[in-house]
Design a protein around this ligand. Structure first.
Ligand code: ATP
Ligand code: MG
Length: 366
């Protein structure tokens, strides 16, 4: 999978950009705040991933009403032209080879990328939300059925949360509670099943990456944590469904009393340990970065096993805080697919990778 060309109009700090990329290595370098991350963000956007912007309109250049992105790419032996039009006032328009797409999820079905950025350190350091998002993003790209179940689950979860919240003023709302609990359990069972299988594959892949990465010195361990009544998260959704219902039932009174959804996979976590210690609490900065990157590179391997192609790898500011050995490991590990890597002007290592070098200054290639 690779992106051959990119065109941008009024995207972030780019007024207009046209770029042709190398099929293997693209080094994006420049001083701070010139547009390196923005360029990776544009590529990620075309693969249906929005990692920095909460709202699409943040991507539109200040003072302008619309932005345009166009990527020419090759995936599964076919050529695609993906286009996105963003408007401040209305919904975005997405097209693949001229045909309108319904949502970003459809972009993700055509073009896959794996992005590593400084924010990914949250993946290790912060609460479970970031790790659930990592699992969700990966599985959504691989399994359309998962994306569907996730959307359903969120809808039921939102409704149920609202019912619980407003039930004090309007107790009759609770009449419909069980209906939404049932919906959550049904969709939730699918989520747990897929998450468990994905984590299983991560466990087969990520520890080896981390082991090499740390020069054989560190042991990474991963564990999927879900609703306590689920005995085998890898089991068929039907089986998990019954166990979820049982958990909900036993928490029904507590949910009504606390007016919160206490039961369900929206509380899942991916436990990350390094040498037996919880990474969230004990990992150093370098270890945190190493572990986060190992997860991302493992996801890339899994995509490759699944689809036969490497997704495009986007590495933003990956080398800082790594000692030279770990830096070298990263640069050796990323061969195989197409990669974009940002760096500051004076970083020497990416230059050693060869490939095409783009110097970015104030939203233009110089
Ligand atoms: P660093 O090395 O510090 O990470 P960078 O080259 O990755 O820098 P970017 O994050 O790409 O920098 O941002 C470049 C500039 O784009 C910033 O100065 C930012 O303020 C600006 N910018 C962000 N969003 C918009 C927008 N919607 N319109 C115009 N400019 C924007
Ligand atoms: Mg940046």
């Amino acid at each position: 999978m690779r992106i051959d060309a990119l065109e941008l109009d009024f995207f972030r700090n780019y007024v207009h950009l046209e770029a042709d990329f190398d099929p293997a290595v693209n080094v994006i370098c420049g001083d701070n705040a010139q547009g390196k991350t923005n360029l990776l963000e544009a590529i990620a956007f075309l693969s249906g991933v929005s990692h920095r912007a909460r709202y699409d309109k943040e991507l539109i250049r200040f003072g302008v009403d619309r932005a345009f992105l166009k990527g020419e790419l090759t995936a599964r032996g076919r050529d695609f032209v993906l286009e996105a039009e963003l408007h401040r006032g209305s919904r975005k328009l997405l097209r693949s080879n001229g045909v309108k797409l319904k949502s970003s999820a459809e972009l993700a079905g055509i073009f896959q990328s794996v992005l590593f950025c400084p924010e990914d350190l949250y993946l290790i350091r912060e609460g479970a939300t970031a790790r659930r998002k990592f699992l969700d993003d990966c599985i959504c790209q691989l399994r359309p059925r998962y994306a569907q179940a996730l959307a359903e689950y969120r809808r039921f979860h939102e409704h149920k949360t609202r019912i619980l919240r407003d039930s004090e003023e309007k107790p009759s709302l609770l009449d419909t509670l069980d209906e939404f609990s049932l919906g959550m359990a049904k969709a939730g069972a699918v989520l747990i099943h897929y998450r468990a299988h994905f984590v299983k594959r991560l466990r087969e892949t990520a520890p080896a990456v981390h082991h090499d990465f740390s020069g054989g010195r560190e042991r990474l361990e991963l564990r999927y944590e879900t609703v306590s009544t689920v005995t085998d998260p890898e089991a068929a959704p039907r089986e998990i469904f019954a166990q979820l219902l049982a958990h909900q039932e036993s928490h029904r009174a507590a949910e009504i009393a606390s007016r919160q959804c206490l039961s369900g996979p929206h509380k899942d976590d991916l436990i990350v340990e390094i040498d037996g210690n919880l990474a969230k609490s004990f990992a150093s900065q370098g270890q945190t970065r190493t572990a986060a990157l190992s997860l991302k590179l493992a996801a890339r391997e899994i995509f490759q096993q699944d689809t036969g192609e490497y997704p495009v790898l986007l590495l933003d500011d990956v080398l800082s805080e790594l000692d030279p050995k770990r830096q070298e490991f990263v640069l050796n590990r990323i061969s195989g697919g197409q990669v974009f890597i940002t760096c500051c002007e004076d970083d020497r290592l990416p230059m050693l990778l060869g490939g095409k070098i783009f110097r970015i200054k104030d939203g233009t290639i110089v």
